[in-house]
Ligand binder design. Structure first.
Ligand code: MN
Ligand code: MN
Length: 457
C-alpha cells in the first residue's frame, strides 16, 4: 500500500537496466568530444552546425521560405544558434522549444591588453560571468577566440589545446609570503586586476626596441598577420587548458570545463536529431550571454526569438500570439547537485542528488521566489506524464537553502512571452569552477527527457 502512496527519489542505476547504463556511458563519449571542441560560444555554434549538417539542416535567412518538413538553423553572429524543424503537424500544437546556453564563465582579454613588467609580458583580463577568482590562478590556461582586422579578416585563435601547444598562466602568491593574503576573505584573496596572463619572457634582439613586448608582437604578427591595434576588435577568451576526463574508479562522472551549460546544449541537439520524425514543430535555441544576464543581441533578452517565431507563424498561417500560446519550453540549464562536503547550504529533500537523473526546477530565483519563472502545476503534470511514458528518471529540486543565495536562467525571458516554461537540466558539483563535475547517467537522462518532450503527444 505505502509503495503506491509514498514518493521516493532513487538513482538511475536502481531505476533503469544495464542496457540504459551502458547507453549512458556510450553517450558520454560523444559528449566529451563536444566539450573539447566547444569551449566558447563561437566554437559551440560551429560544432553544433557540423553536428546538424549530416541530417540535412540548411542555413535560414530572414525572408526565406519555411514549410512543413524543413530543417533549418539561424546563425546569429556566430555566437547564438536557433535550430528549427517544422513537423507534420505544423503549428497546430505550437512549438516545442528547448533553450540552453553555450557561453561559460571565463576570462576575457581586455581591448588594450598587452603590457610588460620586469621582463614578463602579460594580457590584462576582465572576467566574464560568475567566477571565483582564486580558482583561476596557478592552473594551465588556453587562449581561444577571434581577432578581426580592419579589412574584416577574421583570424581564429586557439592555443593551448594540442599537447604540443604552449599554455598560459596566472600566478598566485607563494605561501611563504602569503601571510596577509591568507587572512583575506575568499572573495578578496585574488582581485580582478590581478588576473593577468603571462605571455612570455624572451626580449627582442632588435637594437631599437629590446622589449619582450616587441619580440612577442613579432611572433604574433608572423603567425597571424595581426598587430597590437587589432586587439581593439578582438574577442579572446582565456579558458582552462584541460580536456574532459572520466572521474572515479568506476568512471561514473565527467570532469570538464564548461559543463554549464554544454551539458544541456549537447542533449538538446542530440535529442533533436533523434526526433526528426516527431510530428511536432521544434525550436532548439543555443543562447549566448546567459552568464552575464542574457543581455545583448545574442542573449535571450533580445527580440530575435520573437522575430523567428513570427516568421514561422507567418509561414504556417497562424497568428504569432496563438503560436506562442500553444508552445511549450524547457529552459535547459544546470542545477546545483547536493554536495555532502558542504551540506550547510542545501536543503537535502529538495536538492538535486547526483546520479538520480535529470532535474526539473519549477522555480529558480532567490529568497521569496524573486526573479523567477514559476512553472504552472498543469505544465509540470503534463511533463510528469511525458517522462513516465518514456521511462525517464528525473527529480524535482531547487538550487539550495531558501535564503542561502540563488540564481536565474533564461526561463523568465521566454515565459514572459506567454510560453509555458520550466527549467530542466543536469545536477553539477562545483558549478562555475574551471573544472566542473557531472554524472554520466544524469547527462543521458537529460537527453532522454528532452527527447520525450520533443515527442510527447
Ligand atoms: Mn547555466
Ligand atoms: Mn552558469
Amino acid at each position: 500500500m505505502s509503495e503506491n502512496l509514498t514518493y521516493k527519489k532513487e538513482t538511475v542505476y536502481k531505476k533503469t537496466d544495464a542496457e540504459n547504463i551502458s547507453a549512458a556511458f556510450d553517450y558520454a563519449e560523444g559528449y566529451k568530444s563536444f566539450l573539447n571542441s566547444a569551449k566558447t560560444e563561437r566554437e559551440a555554434v560551429k560544432t553544433a552546425i557540423a553536428m546538424l549538417k549530416p541530417y540535412g539542416f540548411k542555413e535560414y535567412s530572414f525572408g526565406d521560405e519555411i514549410k512543413i518538413g524543413d530543417r533549418l538553423y539561424y546563425n546569429n553572429r556566430n555566437k547564438n544558434l536557433f535550430v528549427f524543424v517544422i513537423g507534420s503537424d505544423g503549428a497546430s500544437d505550437g512549438l516545442r522549444i528547448v533553450a540552453s546556453h553555450i557561453d561559460a564563465p571565463r576570462l576575457d582579454i581586455k581591448q588594450c591588453p598587452v603590457y610588460e613588467d620586469s621582463g614578463l609580458l602579460y594580457f590584462k583580463t576582465h572576467y566574464y560571468g560568475g567566477i571565483r577568482k582564486y580558482q583561476w590562478v596557478a592552473t594551465p590556461l588556453a587562449l581561444h577566440g577571434v581577432v578581426v582586422t580592419k579589412e574584416l579578416r577574421c583570424v581564429d585563435i586557439c592555443i593551448g589545446e594540442d599537447d604540443n601547444d604552449p599554455i598560459f598562466y596566472i600566478t598566485d602568491l607563494l605561501p611563504h609570503l602569503g601571510r596577509e593574503q591568507s587572512k583575506l576573505p575568499l572573495s578578496e584573496g585574488i582581485k580582478g586586476e590581478q588576473l593577468n596572463v603571462i605571455l612570455g619572457n624572451i626580449p627582442s634582439s632588435e637594437d631599437d626596441d629590446d622589449s619582450v613586448k616587441a619580440a612577442i608582437l613579432k611572433l604574433i604578427n608572423e603567425k597571424y598577420g595581426i598587430t597590437e591595434e587589432d586587439f581593439l576588435s578582438s574577442e579572446l577568451c582565456v579558458v582552462p587548458a584541460l580536456k574532459a576526463r572520466d572521474v572515479g574508479f568506476d568512471r561514473s562522472l565527467i570532469g570538464s570545463y564548461g559543463h554549464d551549460d554544454r551539458v544541456c546544449a549537447y542533449p538538446s541537439l542530440t535529442a533533436l536529431t533523434e526526433s526528426l520524425d516527431s510530428k511536432h514543430s521544434m525550436l532548439c535555441i543555443l543562447a549566448d550571454k546567459e552568464e552575464t544576464g542574457s543581455d545583448g543581441a545574442s542573449g535571450m533578452q533580445s527580440d530575435l526569438m520573437l522575430d523567428i517565431i513570427n516568421e514561422i507563424a507567418n509561414a504556417l498561417k497562424i497568428s504569432p500570439a496563438l503560436l506562442r500560446a500553444k508552445s511549450k519550453c524547457l529552459s535547459a540549464d544546470v542545477c546545483a547537485g547536493f554536495d555532502p562536503t558542504f551540506p550547510e547550504v542545501f536543503e537535502k529533500m529538495n536538492s538535486a542528488i547526483v546520479g538520480c537523473g535529470a532535474v526539473f526546477t519549477k522555480y529558480t530565483g532567490s529568497g521569496g521566489k524573486y526573479d523567477t519563472n514559476d512553472a504552472n502545476a498543469e505544465f509540470v503534470a503534463w511533463l510528469r506524464a511525458a517522462m513516465e511514458k518514456s521511462g525517464v528518471v528525473w527529480q524535482a529540486a531547487e538550487l539550495g537553502k531558501v535564503d542561502a543565495g540563488g540564481g536565474g536562467t533564461v526561463a523568465k525571458y521566454i515565459s514572459k512571452h506567454n510560453i509555458e516554461t520550466i527549467d530542466l537540466g543536469v545536477p553539477l558539483l562545483a558549478m562555475h569552477a574551471p573544472y566542473e563535475l557531472a554524472a554520466k547517467v544524469d547527462v543521458y537522462e537529460t537527453h532522454r527527457a528532452i527527447k520525450a518532450f520533443y515527442n510527447f503527444d
